[in-house]
Write a protein that binds this ligand. Structure first.
Ligand SMILES: Cc1cc2nc3c(=O)[nH]c(=O)nc-3n(C[C@H](O)[C@H](O)[C@H](O)COP(=O)(O)OP(=O)(O)OC[C@H]3O[C@@H](n4cnc5c(N)ncnc54)[C@H](O)[C@@H]3O)c2cc1C
Ligand SMILES: *[C@@H]1O[C@H](CO)[C@@H](O)[C@H](O)[C@H]1NC(C)=O
Ligand SMILES: *[C@@H]1O[C@H](CO)[C@@H](O)[C@H](O)[C@H]1NC(C)=O
Ligand SMILES: *[C@@H]1O[C@H](CO)[C@@H](O)[C@H](O)[C@H]1NC(C)=O
Ligand SMILES: *[C@@H]1O[C@H](CO)[C@@H](O)[C@H](O)[C@H]1NC(C)=O
Ligand SMILES: *[C@@H]1O[C@H](CO)[C@@H](O)[C@H](O)[C@H]1NC(C)=O
Ligand SMILES: *[C@@H]1O[C@H](CO)[C@@H](O)[C@H](O)[C@H]1NC(C)=O
Ligand SMILES: *[C@@H]1O[C@H](CO)[C@@H](O)[C@H](O)[C@H]1NC(C)=O
Length: 645
């Protein structure tokens, strides 16, 4: 049926009780957490990184509708299962045993499983601050520890990726995968009406693995913020996930609300636990770090890996492909360690060059964040502070949650239940002037001196696209929100500044040089300032003034001029919302690209990038939704290429 099936036939053969491969390798009956001593054989695909993309792919590549138990003629008692594909996922982090802080939205602190000891280089655009660079190190990746926000980008985001030289990429192409990836549980109708929760049924999936819904509770002051957002001109939109214009909406959350329990639905649960009982061909090795891709010439044939705690390397081989899914800070690290990257960087470290790809590790983007402190003379009770201030309320809400009743514990702690995405014209009437002044600047001035000409060419193309997006009402540049507690959140979605991730050592466990370069392009401050001022305008409306808000130091109403506001922002802005992306960008090679529209790494064979590193540019949403869809899409691309479907 498939051309290479015979070659792989019997890769995994199962007998009734013991499971022996033709090479004598014993394989388990179910998808398994393997010990590295068991990894003596070969896999069809090896995936480096068990996050959203890695586990989505592993699930889809191991689902084989033609796999079945077969009674062989040779030995009547032997049951032999023919699996076309076997997959090994190697994940640097541990496996969460089911901590409250992971599964219960309202218990989302303290935080767990941050990649340890990882700091940026001094950020020259942010008063030389050195900042802890957050990303996940746990099975499930970011989906295990993120804030569960589910916001797709807009149609113009993905259409823009297509315009940058990626045929086959558009909103229309990705929409079926958004829908395939999710199972949207409709909220209780009466609650939805009272909380202004609306959705567009035409774009929501109801059969996918990712469980998706809304918190079952709102704090009363959320209505004040909603009305304030409407008063400053943000439209109330039907569904932030239908690709159309930005506006104000209730916060969709990656929560499993099927039985009223409201637990986190994350990649380990929805793309591993869900299928593990039926997948002898799906293996996971946790707490091990992929240190290097093995090449035969320029064909990737396997990976070296070491215990994340330190130790000697082992090797696993991949018959068809090695797939990198280690996230935007670590996929470029693996590539560079393996000799795929900027020639001068590799040669300086004595690494033999397998493929000279100047774009590897460049084009780093994120979505900077800012908390604006507020106190209130007249806030409504209860609010998100009441958890900490009132033990009775806290215990009462926890008991309701445990009884599967509507509860404030269904809200991700620290988060709001409504939010607005703003286009630049939603933020300021000066949007055209900002776009024009940006057009008059020399793009080369935004990148470090000595940037490779192809990387610069890619940036010139991205920048032209972003400036056109500045004039569009249908794409976002920022968000504002307020969780009813002591800060408003003001986020910047669409920076012009570009950073980098470059190794400084051949030690695979050493932190690479992470330089977000946030705020190095002056236009970013004009845009961020506009979003900041819009937030102030929102707090000045009667709906918010009824709560008696007082903007706190180091902001405050004495901080009025653009210069004063930006000066405080440089001290407070976090360069990252842990939305790092774009460091192995899908762009033509002449534009500094690292992967093709099929996500194949240029200049080598048998190697793809599945994680968020492949994005060419940030989207005007949050990454999770797009990464689940992109994982589904890539699985189909790979299956089609090898006739697996
Ligand atoms: C604290 C936090 C909050 C966030 N909040 C939100 C949110 O509310 N909404 C939203 O949409 N997005 C959010 N994000 C971002 C989102 O989770 C990520 O963008 C997304 O998980 C990226 O998916 P990925 O598949 O590219 O990589 P990841 O999910 O990050 O997975 C990468 C995996 O690779 C592993 N890895 C790395 N290097 C190696 C190696 N050398 N060998 C083996 N394994 C390796 C890592 O341990 C990790 O598990 C948040 C992220 C964090 C960390
Ligand atoms: C695995 O693949 C390698 C390299 O292709 C080969 O040398 C080795 O014999 C294979 N091992 C098994 C157990 O099939
Ligand atoms: C940041 O560091 C650079 C290089 O050391 C220096 O030139 C610059 O003046 C510093 N900026 C601030 C605001 O301290
Ligand atoms: C999807 O969710 C509904 C409840 O909203 C549930 O009845 C159904 O079983 C779920 N389907 C899947 C595939 O998870
Ligand atoms: C919902 O919207 C209506 C109409 O704009 C408004 O009156 C109400 O206060 C809002 N409620 C919430 C919880 O946002
Ligand atoms: C690592 O390899 C060396 C050399 O083969 C050996 O002496 C050492 O015991 C190994 N260490 C571990 C932790 O296995
Ligand atoms: C604390 O919460 C309880 C339960 O919701 C409520 O009855 C009580 O009034 C609250 N106390 C204060 C001081 O707000
Ligand atoms: C504004 O007032 C605060 C609090 O008094 C103070 O810390 C800050 O320096 C003032 N800022 C300016 C720009 O005057």
């Amino acid at each position: 049926m498939v051309w290479f099936r015979d070659a792989l036939l019997g890769l995994l053969m199962l007998s009734g009780i013991s499971h022996a491969s033709p090479t004598g390798r014993r394989v388990p009956k179910h998808a398994t957490i393997v010990d590295r001593r068991d990894i003596s054989g070969n896999y069809t695909f090896i995936i480096a990184g068990g996050g959203i993309a890695g586990l989505t792919l592993a699930d889809r590549l191991t689902e084989d509708p033609t796999a079945r138990d077969v009674i062989t003629e040779q030995s009547a008692n032997q049951v032999v299962a023919f699996w076309t594909v076997s997959v090994l996922v190697i994940e640097a982090g541990p496996i969460d045993p089911g901590l409250d802080g992971i599964l219960v939205p309202g218990a989302y602190a303290p935080y767990y499983y941050f990649w340890p000891n990882q700091f940026t280089v001094p950020q020259t655009g942010l008063n030389n601050r050195t900042i802890f660079a957050i990303c996940a190190q746990v099975l499930g990746g970011g989906s295990a520890i993120n804030a569960m926000v589910y916001i797709r980008g807009k149609a113009e985001d993905y259409n823009g990726w297509g315009l940058l030289g990626n045929p086959g990429w558009s909103w229309n192409n990705l929409l079926p995968y958004f829908m395939k990836s999710e199972n949207f549980t409709r909220p209780n109708p009466a609650f939805a009406a009272s909380a202004n929760i609306t959705w567009n049924e035409a774009v929501r999936g109801h059969t996918g693995p990712l469980q998706n819904s809304y918190a079952s509770y709102i704090f009363p002051a959320a209505a004040n913020w909603w009305n304030a957002a409407r008063a400053v001109g943000f439209p109330a939109i039907l569904d932030p996930n239908d690709g159309t214009k930005p506006g104000v909406f209730a916060m969709p959350s990656v929560v499993d609300a099927r039985n009223g329990a409201y637990t986190r639905s994350y990649a380990k649960i929805n793309h591993y636990d869900r299928v593990s009982a039926s997948r002898p061909n799906y293996h996971i090795l946790s707490s091990h770090t992929v240190s290097k891709i093995r090449f035969s010439g320029t064909k990737a044939i396997g990976v070296d890996f070491i215990p994340t705690a330190g130790g000697n390397a082992s090797t696993a081989y991949a018959g068809l492909e090695v797939i990198l899914a280690a996230g935007a800070l670590h996929t470029p690290q693996i590539l560079q360690l393996s000799g795929v990257g900027p020639r001068s960087l590799l040669q300086g470290l004595g690494i033999p060059v397998v493929a000279d790809l100047p774009g590897v590790g460049q084009n780093l983007q994120d979505q900077p964040t800012l908390s604006v402190p507020y106190t209130f003379t007249n806030n409504k009770e209860p609010n998100s502070n009441t958890f900490a201030n009132n033990a009775t309320f806290n215990a009462e809400q926890r008991a309701l949650y445990d009884a599967h009743q509507p509860s404030a514990y269904s809200i991700v702690a620290s988060l709001s239940t409504n939010i607005a995405v703003l286009s630049l014209q939603d933020a300021t009437p000066s949007y055209h002037g900002i776009a024009r002044s940006a057009a008059n600047a020399n793009p080369a001035d935004s990148l470090p001196a000595g940037t490779d000409p192809t990387v610069l060419a890619g940036y010139v193309a991205q920048r032209a696209l972003i400036l056109s997006q500045f004039e569009s009402p249908n794409i976002g540049v920022g968000t504002v929100s307020w969780g009813t507690g002591d800060a408003a959140q003001v986020y910047h979605l669409r920076p012009l500044s570009r950073g980098s991730v470059n190794i400084a050592s051949t030690d695979p466990l050493a932190t690479p040089l992470i330089d977000y370069r946030t705020g190095t392009d002056p236009v970013d401050w004009r845009v961020y300032l506009a979003i900041f001022r819009k937030n102030r305008e929102l707090f000045a409306t009667p709906a918010m003034q009824a709560l008696g808000p007082v903007e706190g130091a180091p902001f405050g109403l004495n901080v009025t001029t653009d210069e004063q506001i930006v000066a405080v922002m440089k001290d407070l802005v976090n360069p990252s919302n842990a939305h790092q992306c774009c460091t192995a960008a899908m762009l033509p090679k002449a534009l500094g690209g690292v992967v093709s529209p099929q996500q194949k790494v240029y200049g080598v064979q048998g190697l793809r990038v599945a994680d968020i590193s492949f994005w060419p540019m940030e989207v005007s949403g949050a990454p999770t939704a797009t990464m689940y869809a992109a994982g589904e899409r890539l699985a189909d691309v790979i299956k089609q290429e090898y006739s697996l479907i």
